[in-house]
Design a protein around this ligand. Structure first.
Ligand SMILES: [Zn+2]
Length: 337
């Protein structure tokens, strides 16, 4: 087993570091996984080293080197492995005058083999999954026009690029709530260009539906297109439904009957499913599906005249208490990406 060259630096300490010896010491140094060495200079700190090597979270570098995210243990390793003896704040070591100031830079896609509370690993994994899944999602989306504004599959390509370049951030927040304390599956915040998701499990279809929904809010933000909340929401629900129906094999008559039934007495979600079904079934080949054309004049022999999908959906959304909350505005006011 390779040994780790721990050593107390020659220079005595002039301050009392906040530190403690790690419970489990690292057993390999330099860290494996094709690390690149970097010799620190006096003016460096973890942040500057991270930025210099294209990492935006300094903990990525710290965890790669020391396999810990406990600040007290980081101080111990800095002293014992890098020979740090000085401090800027009287608690933590700085790199100035380090006797053996060589640390190691992880490969850009390195992920630790266990979970840490700090570092950007889960963020980077999530972002990679979202970027990859969008390649499969975008081709099944449709161009939808509503109130004169068309949301097109290309808009989701542009958002994919924005996520890739970091102009839109995707974050996992497992206890996601709105400002009224209600649990949410996803939330897009226009001001911060931030998409928060409650979960994103590989292969879980409902998580991808939430992604489509929230990215549709982001399309309005992308174009800084002002729109009233119900109408945003209408488009988001319909696009989510278009995606949902893209994989489902269904018997048309049975599903139509069931969905009409549900939309009559049900909530906005049922009305949205009904609407998406109508779009998917009878309008799927239209190059642009015009939601306004499904308004009062909508007639299809397969559904009853009083079951206009547009009216059902609109009334459900407009009467839903969730969308009467002014607090939604602070998230969704489109201001550009
Ligand atoms: Zn929404």
């Amino acid at each position: 087993m390779p040994s780790v060259p721990f050593a107390v630096p020659k220079k005595p300490l002039k301050f009392k570091p906040v530190w403690r010896a790690p419970k489990t010491l690292i057993t390999v140094w330099p860290p494996p996984d094709a690390a690149k060495p970097y010799d620190i200079i006096d003016s460096d700190n973890w942040q500057s080293v991270a930025v210099r090597h294209g990492f935006f979270d300094p903990w990525d570098i710290i965890i790669f080197n020391f396999r810990t995210d406990v600040p007290e243990e980081v101080n111990w390793y800095m002293h014992q492995l890098l020979g740090c003896t000085e401090s800027n704040d009287g608690k933590n070591f700085s790199f100035r005058g380090a006797e053996r100031g060589r640390l190691f830079i992880p490969p850009a896609d390195w992920i630790p083999d266990r979970e840490f509370r700090r570092g950007s690993f889960s963020y980077r994994l999530l972002r990679q999954s979202v970027l990859r899944d969008l390649d499969a999602i975008i081709p099944v989306l449709k161009a939808l026009r509503y109130r004169g504004f068309t949301v097109e599959p290309q808009d989701y390509r542009d958002l994919q690029t924005a996520i890739r370049d970091g102009r839109v951030t995707v974050k996992l927040v497992t206890d996601l709530k709105d400002s009224g304390g209600h649990a949410l599956n996803g939330l897009y915040t226009s001001k911060k260009n931030l998409l928060r998701l409650r979960s994103y499990m590989p292969g879980r279809r409902s998580d991808k539906e939430t992604l489509v929904h929230e990215l549709t809010h982001a399309v309005y933000d992308l174009h800084a297109h002002p729109e009233i909340l119900f109408h945003h929401e209408m488009m988001c629900r319909v696009m989510e439904g278009v995606y949902r129906f893209s994989r489902r094999r269904f018997s048309q008559e049975m599903l139509a009957t069931r969905l009409i039934e549900a939309a009559r007495k049900g909530e906005a979600a049922h009305a949205a499913a009904f609407m998406s079904y109508v779009i998917w079934t009878w309008h799927h080949d239209d190059p642009v599906i015009d939601i306004d054309a499904l308004d009062a004049t909508y007639y299809n022999p397969a559904i009853m005249a009083d079951d206009n999908p547009y009216i059902r959906m609109w009334t459900r959304l407009a009467n839903s208490p969730a969308y009467q909350q002014p607090s939604y505005w602070e998230y969704l006011e489109p201001d550009g990406i």
